[in-house]
Design a protein around this ligand. Structure first.
Ligand code: ATP
Length: 244
């Protein structure tokens, strides 16, 4: 895993990003910045455009306007594999682990772009250090894990790539509160190691617990960009941007 990054330069950014699905204009000119070492929350109701932004950052959804920039490089045209090699890893909504593979095999799959097998094995051990449940269940088929354990596995699979930036789409979705707590405590440990995180969540109160900054989206546009602490603690701000 990377050491703590000092820089406050954006590691990943969008500028005037647009995404269309046919006539649906899902993302309408969104500019966001994620600086090295930060945890950034992307908040908004169902359908606000969070997944579309994350998927366009990792190269799974084509952009129809604007740019995606990684460090100083415009990466609009790069494949998702090429973006993985640059240092981005993605944990999709709904986890999508390989159900008929074991926990260990899923983690090994995560390492396919990393290269040397010994390096992958070392990173798998690091993932087991973060999620002891995965170690206990390393021979178990992923389909037989609980939802929370599958989320741990999806995060672990991304961490095997030792990314500079980890992008997570709704990691708390459908999980029991106790599991959400475990997942978020681990995300905090990951950020303490210097990894940069972008976190899309409908549940603002959960994401704001660990975020440094937040963007609130409404129908494909950013309507709040700023300090997460302010959004967390100021009732008037919460009321106007989060409706709660
Ligand atoms: P959710 O939490 O439900 O995933 P979201 O904030 O991530 O919501 P998106 O999934 O990015 O939002 O969806 C943004 C808009 O784009 C919505 O109106 C959605 O219906 C539409 N949309 C998303 N994917 C497609 C698609 N493949 N085809 C057509 N419309 C889509």
């Amino acid at each position: 895993m990377p050491s703590k990054t000092e820089s406050s330069q954006p590691i990943l950014a969008t500028s005037d990003l647009h995404v269309h699905y046919g006539k649906v204009h899902a993302v309408q000119g969104v500019s966001i910045e994620i600086r090295a070492g930060e945890v950034v929350a992307l908040l908004g109701a169902n359908g606000a455009g969070k997944s579309s932004i994350i998927r366009s950052l990792v190269g799974l959804t084509p952009v129809t306007g604007g740019s995606v920039v990684f460090r100083d490089q415009r990466i609009n045209q790069l494949s998702s594999d090429a973006r993985t090699r640059l240092g981005m890893a993605y944990v999709p909504e709904g986890r999508r682990v390989f159900g008929d593979l074991t926990v260990r095999e899923n983690l090994q799959m995560g390492g396919y772009v990393v290269g040397a097998r010994s390096q992958v094995e070392q990173r798998i051990e690091e993932v087991y250090g973060l999620f002891s449940r995965l170690k206990e269940r390393h021979r178990q088929l992923a389909a037989t894990l609980s939802g929370g354990e599958q989320q741990m596995l999806a995060i672990g699979r991304a961490l095997v790539r030792s990314p500079d930036v980890l992008l997570l789409d709704e990691p708390s979705l459908g999980l029991a509160p106790v599991m959400i707590k475990v997942i978020y405590e681990t995300l905090m440990r990951i950020r303490e190691r210097g990894m940069t995180l972008l976190l899309a969540e409908q549940s603002a109160h959960i994401a704001l617990k660990i975020a440094d900054r937040a963007y609130v989206l409404e129908t494909g546009r950013v309507n709040y960009a700023g300090d997460a602490a302010a959004l967390r603690s100021d009732p008037a701000l919460r009321e106007s941007y989060l409706g709660a």
